[in-house]
Design a protein around this ligand. Structure first.
Ligand SMILES: *[C@@H]1O[C@H](CO)[C@@H](O)[C@H](O)[C@H]1NC(C)=O
Ligand SMILES: *[C@@H]1O[C@H](CO)[C@@H](O)[C@H](O)[C@H]1NC(C)=O
Ligand SMILES: *[C@@H]1O[C@H](CO)[C@@H](O)[C@H](O)[C@H]1NC(C)=O
Ligand SMILES: *[C@@H]1O[C@H](CO)[C@@H](O)[C@H](O)[C@H]1NC(C)=O
Ligand SMILES: *[C@@H]1O[C@H](CO)[C@@H](O)[C@H](O)[C@H]1NC(C)=O
Ligand SMILES: *[C@@H]1O[C@H](CO)[C@@H](O)[C@H](O)[C@H]1NC(C)=O
Ligand SMILES: *[C@@H]1O[C@H](CO)[C@@H](O)[C@H](O)[C@H]1NC(C)=O
Length: 387
């Protein structure tokens, strides 16, 4: 088949849109198939374009660098430039409740992180250099393990790191709902794709970090908004990258798309072009889940049904009413025993007004109308009527 020139052009445009790395400090990867990234440690690009920062092997690290250094300071050398980045990630664990250690976007003066440690050091620092101002490393961490030595707030947080892992500021993973302003939790290790935005304004030195489920509109209110002057940190040219590491738990850290810009907003990602994270039930997990859930769930379900039916029958018996001839003239005023029961707090002694020859009289408030009533309980067969 011969392609018309116009289709060749649109194909090239598509290709450019899909995958573009500019020389002037901005790039976009909608999937990483064929991406010119420098990969380290156990990081690989999978055939469908997922950037797998880690595989399930314990105590290893992996990272991906944009290959060329970027000039992060103003030409007069004193002020860090504004920058913006966004990426979509998914953390997939073998165990549903634990995974780790997390991943980070970072800016570092070197591509040689061979001295960095895995596990809680996220492949960025080591026990000797952690916290040292000579690192010149800035990072935003998505941390899934609580490390008391770094004063971590939880095992599911987002933190801003300057030269070390004791975050300048950290917040539980989640986002603020645009309509209600309510905080919504997100579980980083849930296996779901989520998007992060990091925006730094060099002039005001305000750094914002925002998190949201993938394809949801970017929340207006950032998760983190902090004043942190990065000028002494990013004081020269530096490399941008993504890093991750594993601890004891079998965890895969994926990045599905990533864009970056200096002095402007990171180009928006093309969601439809992003590779999909593996289903939570890749064959092994689904097998495990079925094995565990079915034998446990079936008897529980049966018990629940029996309990539900018993409850309904019990309520019917408890609130069963006798209908008497005298009631006919009070027809429309008939009240359910249940309502009287509620009105008097279950014929509680506290509501007792008096005890007469026919029985006890209780004070109550009808639940529906909020009307005050006196309820006489007739001794003969414990029926109740309005006094
Ligand atoms: C994980 O990556 C390491 C380092 O590249 C490699 O030796 C190991 O075989 C990988 N494991 C799996 C399960 O792919
Ligand atoms: C350096 O350049 C930036 C932006 O061009 C400017 O805001 C800042 O005032 C300059 N600093 C000095 C010391 O000239
Ligand atoms: C990376 O740094 C380490 C220690 O500083 C050094 O031994 C190693 O040669 C460096 N690797 C490269 C490729 O420069
Ligand atoms: C920080 O790192 C520098 C360079 O490696 C080193 O000379 C210095 O002693 C370190 N400072 C601390 C407090 O460890
Ligand atoms: C969000 O998570 C925190 C910490 O786990 C918990 O205290 C809070 O109740 C959760 N909020 C909602 C709305 O689930
Ligand atoms: C950070 O968020 C605040 C509050 O929403 C906003 O006013 C500011 O413009 C944002 N700054 C950047 C660099 O995105
Ligand atoms: C950045 O600061 C370090 C001191 O921590 C200094 O050695 C280095 O020369 C500075 N780089 C630039 C480009 O000013």
């Amino acid at each position: 088949m011969r392609l018309k020139p116009v289709s060749v052009v649109s194909f090239l445009v598509l290709l450019l849109f899909h995958f573009f790395a500019g020389g002037d400090g901005h790039f976009i990867y909608n999937g990483f198939a064929g991406a010119r990234l420098d990969l380290d440690g156990m990081t690989v690009v999978e055939p469908d374009g997922k950037l797998a920062l880690t595989n399930i092997t314990s105590q290893l690290k992996g990272s991906a660098f944009h290959p060329t250094p970027l000039r992060f300071h103003e030409t007069n050398g004193t002020v860090a430039r504004s920058f913006s980045t966004t990426f979509v990630f998914a953390i997939v664990t073998d165990l549903v409740t634990v995974g780790g250690n997390g991943l980070a976007f970072f800016v570092a003066p070197t591509k040689n992180l061979s001295m960095a440690s895995p596990s809680q050091f996220l492949g960025l620092f080591n026990p000797q250099n952690n916290g040292n101002a000579s690192n010149h490393v800035f990072a935003v961490e998505l941390d899934t393990i609580l490390n008391p030595e770094f004063r971590d707030i939880s095992s599911n947080h987002v933190g801003v790191d300057v030269n070390g892992l004791a975050s300048v500021v950290a917040e539980p993973a989640g986002y603020y709902d645009d309509d209600t302003g309510d905080f919504k939790n997100l579980t980083l290790i849930a296996g779901d794709a989520m998007q992060v935005w990091v925006d730094y304004d060099g002039r005001s030195t305000v750094l914002n970090v925002t998190l949201a489920p993938v394809e949801a509109p970017r929340p207006i209110k950032p998760l983190i908004s902090v004043t942190v002057d990065l000028s002494p940190v990013l004081n020269g040219t530096a490399y941008v990258g993504l890093s991750s590491s594993t601890g004891p738990f079998r965890t895969r850290h994926y990045v599905l798309g990533w864009s970056f810009a200096l002095d402007g907003a990171a180009p928006p990602l093309g969601y439809s072009n992003l590779p999909k994270p593996p289903r939570i039930g890749d064959s092994k997990r689904r097998f495990k889940a079925r094995d565990v859930i079915l034998p446990v769930a079936t008897p529980i379900l049966a018990l629940a049904v029996v309990a539900g039916v018993s409850l309904v029958v019990w309520r019917q018996l408890r609130y069963a009413e006798l209908r008497e001839e005298w009631e006919v003239e009070f027809g429309p005023h008939r009240l359910a025993y249940k309502d009287l029961y509620r009105a008097t707090g279950g014929f509680d002694g506290k509501h007792l007004l008096g005890v007469g020859g026919f029985g006890r009289v209780y004070k109550g408030v009808l639940p529906a109308s909020k009307k005050e009533v006196a309820v006489k309980v007739v001794v003969s067969h414990d029926d109740a009527k309005l006094g």
